[in-house]
Design a protein around this ligand. Sequence first.
Ligand code: F6R
Length: 607
Amino acid sequence: MCGIVGAISERNVVPMLLAGLQRLEYRGYDSSGLALAQRGEFSRVRVAGRVADLAAKAAGQSALAGLAHTRWATHGAPTELNAHPHLGGDSVLIVHNGIIENHAALRTELLAQGYQFTSETDSEVIAHLVHHYLERSNDLLSAVQATIGRLTGAFAIGVLSRDYPDTIICARRGSPLVLGLGFGEQFFASDIAALLPVTQRMIYLEEGDLAELHRGEVRIFNAAGEPVTRQARTVDVAADSADLGHYRHYMQKEIFEQPVAITNTLQRVIELGCQPALFGPTAEALFVAAPAIRIVACGSSYHAGLVARYWIEEWTGLPVSVDIASEYRYRKGREQDGTLIVAISQSGETADLLAAMRSARERGDVKVLAICNVPHSTLTRESDLLFLTQAGLEIGVASTKAFTTQLVALYVLAAALASSRKTLSAAAEREISESLHRLPVLVEEVLAMDGQLEEWAQELAHYHNALFLGRHTLFPIALEGALKLKEIAYIHAEGYAAGELKHGPLALVDEDMPVIVCAARDELLEKLVSNMREVEARSGKVFLLAEPGCESAHPGAHRVLTLPAASGPLAPVVMTLPLQMLSYHTACRKGTDVDKPRNLAKSVTVE
Ligand code: F6R
């Protein structure tokens, strides 16, 4: 994973590098560093800590060219010695995002040549290789090109040399990299977010590209080393405010932003209705022709896909399969021609998801529909059809508003598929569309229950394990509830389809096992009530989140929270909120780092 930034300017680049790095901390935050060059001075600053610690250590530093790195450790612990930038010989500094698969062989070779390694990282070989080739060629560009030719694996790199203080070089293969164009200054970064405070003119580098940045110009070369022109575009994205306001954590702020995020996501839907045109001009024809739907995603986005399967199957009759992207990419089956691949991702940069999408294209004549929150991300650029969720910048590592807006987008997709294929009556279509109008208000009402969930959390924080149960569309929401609790409160939790309980997990239930049950007012309620009785008969404590009208489910429940209203097929969206608040307050109670949970990163750009 990791995030990288580079800048060359006529002004001090250190504040810009630090601000850019802060915006990339979602990619990793266990150590960070700067490479700085100006008028004969060449230095690096590194900390085994976050960007705020780096900023403190770099106070008073200035440079006219520099590189910056925030790390998510893959090779070697998050120590200062393993932090980037890495030094090659005595004159080259590099930053790297990705994994160098042949690093062991290269390390052996470089050791034999007398290079000394000071870190356990795979990245340090890049620094020494550039130094090695630079010694021979006295040309930074060709030294970096020669280095890249030796690397296998995925990388986005930035290179700075003591002897070439008016140049920085960056290159990508398999990891994202964007250039930012200024006047008398140029930049690069893993993501446009890092550059938005300084420029909106961007060039997305293509696979295998290398760029040489000088203050007054950039030169780009393709994978074959030929000079190429890549289109510069003005990115119409606001540099979203990262202001916490009166909230204690970004996750809390983002939970409470959900009514607005959902309203924004629905803006065009309210104007047009659930129409295929929302997904692109060719969507209608592709929706009509699709023989099947394959959904691929990771983590919370995968849970959103699991919910969508119920909606699409019920409203269109189409066969739908949902796959974890990291598994799908290594499966071998063919895809039926015309299959619609629905790729769901908040970031649009998740490595396994991109690989799954590319693999699907090799298995048949398929079309890819992306549901994504980040415009211009790799996923959006490589897809045939697109629906952009409008969650806005999500800083907390745990997906909250990104997840619920994905659900909304998938609901619209299911309705648009049904509309194209004429599988629902006009009245049913209208009802589905109109149900969306009430959603932001329903969500607002559930947010008002925050205080009660804080009380539940005081109790939940004492347990070491928890089970989450649901049925039908609330089964994936049980999975999502368990994931949230694990990820930010560090409590072991599992989600189950309630009907599975007696096929194994019931053995775990005793007085130390809280069981959080999500109950909708639907035809499976009575079966869910039986499952709760089975839990209570084993002294398990039921924490029941119920839609009104689920009264028969109450009798023995340890705690009950009745939601303000039933929400029909939108129940999975509404039920997600109390689970988010429950995890959030439990994590606060336990004192964990809510926005940056240990060992995680927001965007998983390595396999
Ligand atoms: C959990 C969470 C992750 C992401 C997953 C996929 O709260 O945020 O499970 O959902 O890493 O990320 P995207 O959606 O960016 O592909």
